[in-house]
Each structure stands twice: as structure tokens, then as C-alpha cells.
Design a protein around this ligand. Structure first.
Ligand SMILES: NC(=O)c1ccc[n+]([C@@H]2O[C@H](COP(=O)([O-])OP(=O)(O)OC[C@H]3O[C@@H](n4cnc5c(N)ncnc54)[C@H](O)[C@@H]3O)[C@@H](O)[C@H]2O)c1
Length: 409
């Protein structure tokens, strides 16, 4: 196995929202040199400012983490920032890298081009990891010249909200690289909880892997709900209040804005082509992206953003569009169905992995209450498929049979 203690220099290609988060985690994990690369210096400087002061919330920045006493002994924000390098020239950025994170936009061609360059420019020992949220690692690795050293390492936002890393094997990724990345992922701290990340090994690729695949299918249902609400003149703020689960938690709409609507749009396009045409970007999303309203990063998306804060949603503005119990039942039914598909396809070996993934994301797992609910959920999914006109929502064979109950492992 590659000795992860020999991994000292990390290069991050793409210094946007996720590049900044990953670089920050690498600093907190104790790496001696973390190099940020992007298409221009202004973007890199903005990224450094986000690492220091938080992207959209102050508490996420190194300064706030230091003030809260959560840095390891002997470390300060200034020491950590001193370990950051800024480099626009890709060749210089990766010349002595032991590990490279690719964190550019969610576009297959762009990622392939970056990996083509990385294959030529990074030292032969370097492991090349993509933070893609949906795209096949094998495809991304095709032009890299070293597909056995290419892997998916998928981090999630918000930095403070969860502790999941999906580690994805491409067709040619070696065991050695998988093992090294697993150990490396576990070294990344979760700054809020002060404990380790949960790294889930995904040995077989599937579009969207685990978490984003589930989210995108739930998105089919949300799109349908949103369309009905918009027809009734309900605003996005009201819709968010409707699904609000507490002041501090981010609702679905805030989370979309926070992620970046261009990134969401590109991910949906990929899943539309590779998983099911029933996943699609609705016109309201297309309109926002085309008008340059990309969410938190541009100050406006579904909601209005001011720097340093996430939008305040007044949860008293509920308009009684949905019955919470029915909403939760539908979400659980869809989650279980997609979990069963992941089992059917061999993407996960048993549903205990799925439970851990949900726990790391702070979501309830449908498998934990499936035994007494799945039969009524199968019927509910029939209804949802009928109402939305989306057949993909229908229960798969494994869910219908109930045989998944024996597949805990
Ligand atoms: N935003 C999320 O919630 C989220 C979560 C998990 C994974 N991801 C994945 O992470 C990746 C990046 O997403 P993001 O939200 O950070 O996007 P972003 O738009 O915030 O940042 C992307 C950055 O890449 C830069 N870039 C573009 N082309 C480049 C190139 N050739 N070389 C170097 N830099 C280049 C851009 O200038 C930009 O700064 C995507 O693959 C996305 O799917 C995103």
C-alpha cells in the first residue's frame, strides 16, 4: 500500500466552493503544503479568503475554528494559511504533488482535459482524485495515461454539516490506490464534530454514486411539488419554509443555492443521460442558470444571499401546502427504492453501508423502518409515478419482493 505518511504535498485544481473546502480540510489534516490552482489569480485569492473567513458562513472559516478552540494544539490560522501556495500555472502547481484533487466544474469534457494534462504534468507517483458528484471515474480517467491511479473522492457540503466521503473505484483503479485513499480520507478531520470522516468504499460505479443518486431521484418528486406550488403563486421562500426542519438546518432549496445552480444543472444533465430521462432540470432551474443567477456564489438563485449569511427563512410562513407525514413517507419510499436499486446493481454490498452513509449525512435511513412499511410504500410509489408521470419512481423488483430485508451484511 502507498504509505500515506509520504503524502505531503497536495494540489487542488479548481479553487471554487469545493476546492476551498477540500484545501481547508487538507490544512486541518496537517498537510505541509497545499497548492491552490485555478484559471486566474483572482479566483485563487477569493478562495483563500473563504478558507480564512468562511464561504457563506463565518463559522466555517479557519479564524472562527481557531476562536472556537478547535484547532490542534500549536496550530494557528496564520500557520495554516502559511502552508497554502497559489499557482495559476498547472505545471508548476502539480510539479511536486503527491496527491492531486480535481475540483473543476461538473463537465465530462473539461474533467477529461484536466486529467489528460495531469497525467503528463504530475509526478508519476501522484494519485489523481476527482471530486465529481456524478460522472464515471473510468471515463474521467480515460486520457490520464494512469487510470490505475485515478479515483473518485467525493466530499459533501456544507463543511460543517456532515462527515461523508464517497471513495469511488474506476474500472482500472488499483487496490493500492483505493486503500491509500481510504486511509487518507480517514485522516481528514470533521472540524465541527472533531471526529473522523466516514469514508464509504464504492467498488462499482453508478451515475451519482450513492448520495447524489438518491438526491436526484428525490428531486424528481420535489420538482413536481415545486411546479404545483409555483402554479398556486407560492414563492421559493414559502416553499422552503414549508419544508423547514429547524432554524439552523439547510432546507433543500437553500442547499441547492449553496451548491451552485450551474453545478446542479450540469449534474442533472449527466444523470438525465446516464441514469434516467425522468431526472431533468426543470424550466425554473434552466431560467436561473441562463440568467446567471447561480445561487450563493452570485448572490441570487432561488433565494437572495448576502455575503457571510445564509438566507433567513421564516418558518412561520408555512402555507400548509403539504402534510408533513405524507411528505416524509414519500421521501422514505423513494429513498428505499433507490437503495434497493443500488443493492440490485451490486453498487452496495448490503444496506448497513447505506445506513452509515445516511447517518454520516445526518439523514434518517429508510432501511431502518422498511420492514414494517415497504408494502404500503410500494403502493405509494405506484401513486407517485401515476401523479408525476415519472415511471422511474415505481418500486423496483427487489423492493416489491421484500427480499432486501435479508441483505443487511
Ligand atoms: N457544489 C457542491 O455542492 C459540490 C459538492 C460535492 C461535489 N461537487 C463537485 O465539485 C466540483 C466543483 O464544484 P464547485 O461547487 O466547487 O464549483 P465552483 O464553480 O465553485 O468551482 C469550480 C472552479 O474550477 C475552476 N476551473 C474551471 N476550469 C478550470 C481549469 N481548467 N483548471 C483549474 N480550475 C478551473 C473555476 O474557475 C472555479 O473556480 C464539481 O465536480 C462538482 O460536481 C460540488
Amino acid at each position: 500500500m502507498t504509505d500515506i505518511n509520504k503524502i505531503r504535498n497536495i494540489a487542488v485544481i479548481g479553487s471554487g466552493l469545493m476546492g476551498g473546502y477540500i484545501a481547508q480540510l487538507a490544512l486541518l489534516a496537517g498537510f505541509e503544503k497545499v497548492t491552490l490552482n485555478d484559471v486566474n489569480m483572482e479566483r485563487i485569492d477569493n478562495c483563500v479568503a473563504r478558507i480564512e473567513n468562511g464561504a457563506y458562513e463565518k463559522k466555517e472559516g479557519l479564524r472562527a475554528i481557531e476562536s472556537a478552540g478547535k484547532l490542534d494544539e500549536g496550530l494557528t490560522t496564520n500557520i495554516l494559511l502559511g502552508r497554502l501556495r497559489k499557482e495559476v500555472d498547472l505545471a508548476k502547481a502539480v510539479k511536486d504533488a503527491d496527491f492531486v484533487f480535481e475540483v473543476v466544474p461538473e463537465l465530462m469534457k473539461l474533467k477529461q482535459e484536466v486529467f489528460n494534462n495531469l497525467g503528463k504534468l504530475a509526478p508519476p507517483r501522484a494519485i489523481l482524485a476527482s471530486n465529481t458528484s456524478t460522472i464515471s471515474i473510468s471515463k474521467i480517467a480515460e486520457l490520464s495515461g494512469r487510470p490505475e491511479q485515478v479515483v473518485g473522492m467525493h466530499f459533501f457540503i456544507p463543511l460543517f454539516g456532515n462527515r461523508l466521503i464517497e471513495l469511488i473505484r474506476g474500472k482500472h483503479t488499483s487496490d493500492e490506490v483505493m486503500d491509500a485513499c481510504f486511509a487518507l480520507g480517514e485522516r481528514f478531520p470533521c472540524p465541527y464534530y472533531k471526529n473522523k470522516m466516514y469514508v464509504v468504499r464504492i467498488e462499482k460505479e453508478s451515475p451519482g454514486f450513492i448520495m447524489n443518486r438518491i438526491s436526484a431521484v428525490i428531486g424528481i418528486y420535489f420538482n413536481w411539488l415545486a411546479e404545483q406550488a409555483l402554479e398556486k403563486g407560492v414563492t421559493w421562500e414559502q416553499l422552503e419554509a414549508e419544508a423547514s426542519i429547524g432554524e439552523d438546518a439547510m432546507g433543500f432549496i437553500t442547499l441547492l443555492d449553496y451548491s451552485g445552480l450551474d453545478i446542479i444543472y450540469d449534474g442533472l444533465q449527466y444523470l438525465h443521460e446516464t441514469l434516467t430521462p425522468d431526472i431533468e432540470a426543470q424550466q425554473f432551474l434552466v431560467d436561473l442558470v441562463q440568467s446567471g443567477n447561480l445561487g450563493a456564489k452570485t448572490g441570487k438563485g432561488f433565494l437572495q444571499w448576502t455575503p457571510g449569511k445564509k438566507p433567513k427563512i421564516d418558518s412561520t410562513k408555512k402555507v400548509g401546502l403539504f402534510k408533513v407525514d405524507e411528505l416524509l413517507d414519500s421521501l422514505m419510499a423513494i429513498q428505499l427504492n433507490e437503495g434497493c436499486r443500488l443493492l440490485e446493481e451490486g453498487v452496495i454490498p448490503g444496506y448497513s453501508v447505506f445506513n452509515k452513509v445516511m447517518l454520516a449525512m445526518n439523514y434518517p435511513s429508510a432501511f431502518s423502518i422498511a420492514k414494517r412499511n415497504y408494502e404500503k410504500w410500494v403502493l405509494l410509489l405506484e401513486e407517485l409515478a401515476e401523479q408525476t408521470g415519472k415511471n422511474y419512481l415505481k418500486a423496483c423488483d427487489l423492493m416489491k419482493s421484500g427480499d432486501f430485508i435479508q441483505m443487511r451484511k
